[in-house]
Design a binder for this molecule. Structure first.
Ligand SMILES: Cc1cc2nc3c(=O)[nH]c(=O)nc-3n(C[C@H](O)[C@H](O)[C@H](O)COP(=O)(O)OP(=O)(O)OC[C@H]3O[C@@H](n4cnc5c(N)ncnc54)[C@H](O)[C@@H]3O)c2cc1C
Length: 378
C-alpha cells in the first residue's frame, strides 16, 4: 500500500514519543499499573483524536489512515496493555460518538476524548452474557426525561480509570437485538459503582473491572444514536475495534519478527548462527507469513469498508488471522530465544501472555468462526 507524506508524518509523530513511553514497561507490567504518564505522552501526539472531526479537536482522518498510524503504535510501543487501552478508548467513545452522537454530546465530550484528558470505556459483557452479548439483562427504564439503569457489567477495559463509559442496556425487554440502547454515562454519575481492578494473565497495564448500575439516572439526551438502536452502534464500534486493535497486533508482530531475525543471525550454537538451522528458519518464515496475511487482510478489509461493501465475514477472518497469528508468533519467539525467551527480562513471555487475550476479547475465535459459518449459509 502506498502511503502519503501526510500519513507517514502522522505515524512518525507518534513514533517519536514511543521510546519514552516504553521506559519502565516491564516493571509496570509486573506491578499491573496503568501508566498515566505514558498515556499523556501518547495523547499529546494527537493520536487519540485521529478519527474525530477537526471541529471537535480531532485530526479528521479516515479508517485506513487511523489504522496505519495505529500499526505504528504496535511496532514501536512495547506496552501492549497501554496500546490496548488506547484503541479501546478511541473506539468505545470516540468512534461511537463521532458516528452516532448528537451534536450536543459531540460538543460536550469529543474534545476531551480527542485530547485524552478524559478516558473512555465501553460496557457490553455481563456475568451471564459474554459471547451471547445480546442476551444482556441490564435494564434502562424511561422516567420522564431520564433513563434509570440497573444491572451489572463484567470485564470493562479502562473501567478503573475511565471518566466516561458507553453502557449498552436493554430498553425493550422483548425486542431482542432491537431492544438495546447505548448510553454515555459519566463515571461520576451517582449509582455507577466500579469493582476492584481484576488481576489477569496479560495486558496488565490496561486495567479491567466490573461495573454495577444501581438506579443510575442518565439524561435521555445521553442516548447515543436512537433508543433501540444500540445494536447498530455496537456493530459499527466492533468493526472499528477489531480493525484498529488488531492492526496494532500486526505492528507488534513486525517488531517481534525483526527482533527474532536479529537474534537468529547473531546467536551462535554448534559454530553457526541458529538462523542457519532449518528448524529455526522455518519458524521465522511462518512468523512472516502470519504477519503479512493478517496485515494485508486487515487493510484490504478497511478499503472495502470505505467503498461501502459489507465486511462482516472479512472482519471475522481478519480477527482470526491477526489474533491467532499473534499468539503463534509470540510462542515461536519464546522458542527462538530459548532460555532467554522464557525470562521476564527479554519481554517475550509478556508478549505471549498479552497475545492470548486477543483470541477472547471482541468476540472469541469460536464466535468468529461461527459468524463465518453462518455467512457461508451453515
Ligand atoms: C482482556 C479482555 C478485555 C475485555 N474488555 C471488554 C470491554 O472493554 N468491554 C466488554 O463489554 N467486554 C470486554 N471483555 C469481555 C469479552 O468480550 C468476553 O470475555 C468475550 O466476549 C467472551 O465472553 P465470556 O468471557 O463470557 O465467555 P463465554 O461466552 O462464557 O465463552 C466461554 C467459552 O465458550 C465458547 N463459546 C461460547 N458460545 C459458543 C458458541 N455458540 N459456539 C462455540 N463456542 C462458544 C467461547 O468461545 C469460549 O471459549 C474483555 C475480555 C478480555 C479477556
Amino acid at each position: 500500500m502506498m502511503w502519503t507524506e501526510e500519513q507517514k508524518a502522522l505515524r512518525a509523530g507518534l513514533a517519536a514519543c514511543l521510546p519514552a513511553v516504553n521506559e519502565g514497561h516491564l516493571e509496570r507490567d509486573a506491578a499491573a499499573r496503568f501508566p498515566a504518564e505514558a498515556w499523556k505522552l501518547v495523547a499529546d501526539t494527537g493520536v487519540l483524536g485521529l478519527a474525530v472531526d477537526e471541529r471537535y479537536g480531532g485530526l479528521g482522518q479516515n479508517l485506513l489512515t487511523t489504522m496505519y498510524v495505529l500499526e505504528g503504535l504496535g511496532e514501536g510501543c512495547r506496552d501492549a496493555g497501554l496500546s490496548f487501552s488506547v484503541s479501546t478508548h478511541m473506539v468505545s467513545t470516540g468512534v461511537a460518538l463521532q458516528r452516532f452522537g448528537s451534536a450536543r454530546l459531540k460538543a460536550e465530550y469529543l474534545p476531551a476524548v480527542s485530547a485524552g484528558t478524559a478516558i473512555g470505556a465501553h460496557a457490553i459483557t455481563e456475568p451471564d452474557s459474554g459471547s451471547d452479548a445480546l442476551a444482556m439483562r441490564t435494564r434502562a427504564i424511561r422516567d420522564g426525561d431520564h433513563f434509570v439503569l440497573n444491572g451489572s457489567k463484567a470485564f470493562v477495559s479502562n473501567g478503573p480509570v475511565a471518566d466516561m463509559v458507553v453502557v449498552y442496556a436493554r430498553t425493550h425487554p422483548d425486542a431482542g437485538p432491537l431492544g438495546i440502547t447505548a448510553f454515555l454515562v459519566p463515571a461520576d454519575t451517582p449509582g455507577l459503582v466500579r469493582g476492584q481492578p481484576i488481576a489477569k494473565m496479560g495486558l496488565r497495564t490496561s486495567p479491567l473491572c466490573e461495573l454495577f448500575l444501581d438506579d443510575c439516572r442518565i439524561p435521555a439526551s445521553h442516548v447515543i444514536g436512537r433508543v433501540g438502536g444500540g445494536f447498530l452502534v455496537l456493530d459499527h464500534v466492533m468493526q472499528w475495534e477489531i480493525l484498529c486493535s488488531f492492526v496494532i497486533k500486526t505492528g507488534e508482530m513486525q517488531h517481534r519478527l525483526d527482533r527474532c531475525l536479529e537474534y537468529a543471525r547473531t546467536r551462535r550454537q554448534f559454530g553457526q548462527a541458529i538462523g542457519s538451522f532449518q528448524a529455526v528458519a522455518h519458524k521465522l518464515v511462518d512468523m512472516k507469513i502470519q504477519l503479512e496475511t493478517a496485515r494485508s487482510w486487515l487493510f484490504a478489509t478497511a478499503e472495502r469498508s470505505l467503498r461501502g461493501e459489507n465486511i462482516t465475514t472479512d472482519v471475522a477472518i481478519g480477527k482470526l488471522l491477526s489474533s491467532e497469528g499473534n499468539v503463534a508468533s509470540a510462542l515461536a519467539a519464546v522458542q527462538i530465544f530459548g532460555g532467554n525467551g522464557y525470562t521476564t527480562e527479554y519481554g517475550l513471555e509478556k508478549d505471549l501472555r498479552d497475545a492470548v487475550a486477543g483470541t477472547i476479547y471482541s468476540g472469541t475465535s469460536e464466535i468468529q468462526r461461527n459468524r463465518i459459518a453462518s455467512m457461508l449459509g451453515l
